[in-house]
Design a protein around this ligand. Sequence first.
Ligand SMILES: C[S@@+](CC[C@H](N)C(=O)[O-])C[C@H]1O[C@@H](n2cnc3c(N)ncnc32)[C@H](O)[C@@H]1O
Length: 346
Amino acid sequence: MTEFTLDKLPRKILSRIDLQTAFMISSCVVAAERLQVFRKLKGKRLSATAIGRMIGVRGWRAEAFLAALTAVGLLKKTGKLYSNTALTNKFFIRERSIFWTTRFSEACRREYRAFSVLEEMLTTGQSYASILGIDSGDYIEAMKKDQQWAHDFTYMLYYDHLPHAKALAKSLDLSGYHSVLDVGGGSGVMSMALVRRYKYIKACVLDIEPVTIVAKKIISKARLTRRISTTVGDMTKHIPAGYDVVMFCDAELGGVKTLKMVYDSLPEGGLVVFVDDFSSDDWTIPLYRLMWQLRSNSFWLKNRRQMVAMLRESGFKAVRSRRIYKDTWLLTGRKGLARRPRASRK
Ligand SMILES: C[S@@+](CC[C@H](N)C(=O)[O-])C[C@H]1O[C@@H](n2cnc3c(N)ncnc32)[C@H](O)[C@@H]1O
């Protein structure tokens, strides 16, 4: 998925956007996603009244809303009819799943609310949830309560992470290894790419139950059930042994304690793998991570240097890091000096 960064907008439109309108335009685009304007207009040319009827917006509000989307180059108006622009078809239809439209747009709304009370969060040390009197928005809790939520979230990440999975399979040398534990493995997208590249490798996706239910379906559709299994677990409590590679992709490690459990679970020569958008030393890249940290209630941001140090402190040797895709880094470390695992128990 290519990020829809502002440089994708036509220059003459971009030059008219100041910081205040940027926020309002962003809200318009997210509202359009919530109402599925672009998907409903796909391949069609319709009047404001017809679009308004489809999305439940009446009268001048529909006209003004569509004019706003036209002003930023996401809709085109020919006579009285609106249609998607090439930009919209690329970034909001072809390169995004319907799950992104539903889940990510909801996450954006939460971010807007959170950032609307940023000064208060900074000066009082309170969370935005307590300032606004809303629930904490913990995505794990949401998935545990609502299977549909887990389904959409897991599918969203499946599509979003296809390019990262491809990059991982290209970059990670697993020759000599046999079995991968994909911790917080979600849909299993990363495991799928690895077992496709290494025909002798088996993988197991460890995640919370609602996610493994979805993962099983995705893995079965991909005809990989013989090579990829799933297991329900909590990475902060237990890391099962029996794997010579333990991998975390975009999965919060949960601290040094988990890393120690990983170390103990691995055989001599076993490999720990991290794939994530680890921050630069000064935290400025990637920007979204710094923003997430800013609106969080505890400090969790780890830069690459800290991750490397943490791996070494936990006993891992031959710790390496390299950028494999956009802001995504691959970090690896080996248990002991043996180049390959001595005994693989799976
Ligand atoms: C951002 S997703 C990444 C999924 C997958 N690794 C990928 O790259 O697409 C993080 C995953 O970690 C799982 N997770 C979070 N905390 C967990 C825990 N304590 N134990 C097991 N899984 C956990 C979530 O349910 C979610 O599926």
